[in-house]
Design a binder for this molecule. Structure first.
Ligand code: TYD
Length: 210
């Protein structure tokens, strides 16, 4: 008899710009691959050819807030259908740099759309799909801004004012309060080694659930 493939886990990384989440993607990927887990690494907005085109528009073209929110979810829908679901069904793990928590935090909080519209789109786009685990990288906003300025030219989100990021961070914290079992909050002011130790413990726990 043919054995059915065990569904993969869906892992996401979140945090305000400059909080350092992307730094840890190669470490997490390598950790899983060394344990023979196949990992698909992706990002939002983006992750598909169409999604990457939408990302260019989203990061650089001024637009109405509802348009911005709908385009985030349009890119997400394509990403789920083409990449995330097929990979999870094939037993692969998916590691994604941002997902719907970012829409709650940035559009819902930062841009003050509120949670209701995002909940509605979340339900329409992926009622059955939630990340199995999410790392929220948390950093003092002044330090995050300083890190950003040192690295590169900033996009339409990164150039926002301090109060935008305060609201964004607050909405991330609300998500953690609502679903504490899904999140690990990582103090990003720690050394990279200390963060990797925390990640190691959490990844080991996730693997042991398989
Ligand atoms: P980001 O992960 O910061 O990319 P990079 O590290 O390459 O700059 O993502 C791009 C921006 O998109 C980021 O500022 C947050 C924003 N964003 C939203 O506003 N809503 C969303 O739903 C998503 C996924 C991202």
């Amino acid at each position: 008899m043919q054995q059915s493939t065990q569904r993969g886990l869906f892992l996401t990384l979140e945090g305000v710009d400059g909080a350092g989440k992307s730094t840890h993607i190669p470490f997490i990927t390598q950790f899983l691959e060394q344990r023979s887990i196949e990992v698909v690494v992706s990002r939002e907005p983006g992750g598909t050819a169409l999604g990457e085109q939408l990302r260019q528009l989203l990061l650089h073209t001024p637009m109405h807030l509802k348009t911005e929110t709908l385009l985030m979810f349009a890119a997400r829908n394509e990403h789920i259908e083409q990449v995330i679901e097929p990979a999870l069904k094939a037993g692969k793990w998916v590691l994604c740099d941002r997902f719907t928590d970012a829409s709650f935090a940035y559009q819902g909080g930062g841009r003050q759309l509120g949670a209701e519209a995002i909940e509605c789109l979340e339900h329409w786009t992926h009622a059955q799909l939630q990340p199995n685990h999410t790392w929220l990288f948390d950093l003092d906003l002044a330090i995050a801004q300083q890190r950003l300025r040192q690295t590169r030219e900033m996009d339409r989100f990164e150039t926002e004012q301090a109060d935008f990021f305060q609201r964004t961070q607050h909405y991330y914290q609300l998500r953690v309060q609502q679903q504490p079992q899904r999140f690990s909050v990582i103090d990003s002011s720690q050394s990279i080694e200390a963060i990797q130790q925390e990640l190691t413990q959490q990844l080991t726990a996730l693997i042991s659930t398989r």
